[in-house]
Design a binder for this molecule. Structure first.
Ligand SMILES: Cc1cc2nc3c(=O)[nH]c(=O)nc-3n(C[C@H](O)[C@H](O)[C@H](O)COP(=O)(O)OP(=O)(O)OC[C@H]3O[C@@H](n4cnc5c(N)ncnc54)[C@H](O)[C@@H]3O)c2cc1C
Length: 354
């Protein structure tokens, strides 16, 4: 389950990586712990402030379990700890309908509605009573802290390539704080725009490499007219887009989800390579191009994430490994960088943070 719209598929990360830019800390994926999954259809998050206002989580035994995971803050803990706790309760058989219960009996209902107006509106519009409804929450994939390495003006390691927003990495450390992404996107977006304009003026305004454009065009144009009819988005074409997306989702959930370990990560690395080979073999003609590029990018980003998660043999921030459950500052107070080596292979390195 993800909070992101369907078109968030990692295109920017894959394009930058393929062009030769450095990526940083791709193992840090944030999961939002508190998505309401009972009654509602689309995404409806419950705000963290609800837990400060007295809402609590309970498992199938009716236990208020969060103090076991964070004795100091209990339910009002951070996103990474809450996501891990809820996931563990589900994994160990104490889940309720795929999540855990939200208990509002100790929280003033008006305050909960003030903090969660969409939830309040939805329930009143549908004639449901928040006080008696069985509210179930579950975690969802939400935000990637890693991304393309940028300097303070959005310049990447490649001259002429600038980045801002969620495609860039490093500014949130390993665990983004609430509400930082949009302001960061605005600040770095403005700076990157100004830097791009200055750089383009200095270089005479050279456009994107025509060679790269021709390479893609010839690859997907090579069998034009020889294929069965299909829609531009890949449905009914050589590529079964839905099937491959589902396989990538399954792979990422198993290998690089809320809790990770070496064996599952190694399996994920192998799985990502198989996926890449599978859909490349089924890409057939220009009508498949959009689906093929998107899926290729998804599989590439998936493989960078699992490789980086396998590389970092500790637990820190949003990256948690069952086989290395402790934060290890002696070896891993460091950023993990991913880029292509001279042979086009993925190279991972760590650099200590001074
Ligand atoms: C449900 C949800 C709630 C959130 N709530 C908050 C919040 O309250 N506060 C906060 O600070 N952050 C929040 N975030 C995070 C924040 O919204 C995102 O990090 C931020 O919007 C990312 O902005 P962006 O411009 O980098 O990327 P996007 O907003 O994803 O913009 C990228 C654009 O590029 C386009 N695009 C993609 N691929 C291609 C391509 N190949 N060619 C051309 N165009 C392309 C896309 O269509 C899109 O318009 C939330 C995120 C989600 C998913």
């Amino acid at each position: 389950m993800t909070s992101n719209p369907n078109d968030v598929t990692g295109d920017g990360l894959a394009l930058a990586y393929r062009a030769g830019a450095r990526l940083v800390d791709m193992e840090f994926m944030q999961f939002y712990p508190w998505r309401l999954i009972s009654y509602v259809t689309g995404r409806m998050p419950v705000q963290p402030s609800s837990f400060v206002a007295g809402a609590v989580l309970r498992n199938a035994d009716g236990e208020r379990f969060m103090p076991r995971y964070d004795p100091e803050r209990g339910d009002a803990t951070t996103r990474d700890i809450a996501a891990r706790a809820i996931y563990t309760e589900i994994l160990e058989g104490r889940g309720v309908h795929g999540g855990v219960r939200l208990d509002l009996s100790q929280a003033p209902l008006e305050e909960f509605i003030r903090l969660n107006p969409r939830v309040g509106r939805y329930f009143s519009d549908h004639g449901l009573d928040l006080a008696t409804a069985e509210l179930i929450l579950a975690p969802e994939a939400h935000f990637l802290m890693g991304g393309v390495v940028i300097d303070e003006n959005g310049r990447t390691s490649l001259p002429g390539l600038l980045a801002a927003g969620e495609v860039s990495g490093g500014s949130d450390g390993g665990n983004r704080l609430d509400s930082n992404a949009i302001p960061a996107g605005q600040v770095f977006g403005r700076r990157a725009g100004l830097a791009a304009a200055a750089d383009a003026a200095a270089r005479g305004g050279a456009g994107p490499g025509q060679e790269a454009v021709s390479r893609w065009a010839s690859r997907f144009g090579r069998r034009a007219g020889q294929r069965a009819p299909g829609s531009p988005n890949g449905a009914g074409s050589g590529i079964d887009r839905k099937d491959i997306k589902r396989r990538i989702n399954d792979l990422m959930l198993r290998a690089a989800g809320i809790r990770r370990d070496g064996a599952r990560l190694a399996e994920g690395v192998r799985g990502a390579a198989i996926l890449e080979a599978d859909y490349l073999a089924s890409a057939d003609g220009p009508r498949d191009a959009l689906a093929a590029i998107e899926l290729e990018n998804m599989a590439l980003v998936a493989s960078i994430v699992v490789r980086a998660a396998e590389f970092r043999t500790e637990s820190r921030a949003a990256h948690y490994r069952d086989d290395y459950p402790v934060r290890d500052d002696a070896h891993w107070f460091a950023n993990v960088y991913a880029c292509q080596d001279a042979d086009g292979q993925m190279a991972l390195t760590k650099e200590r943070i001074e």
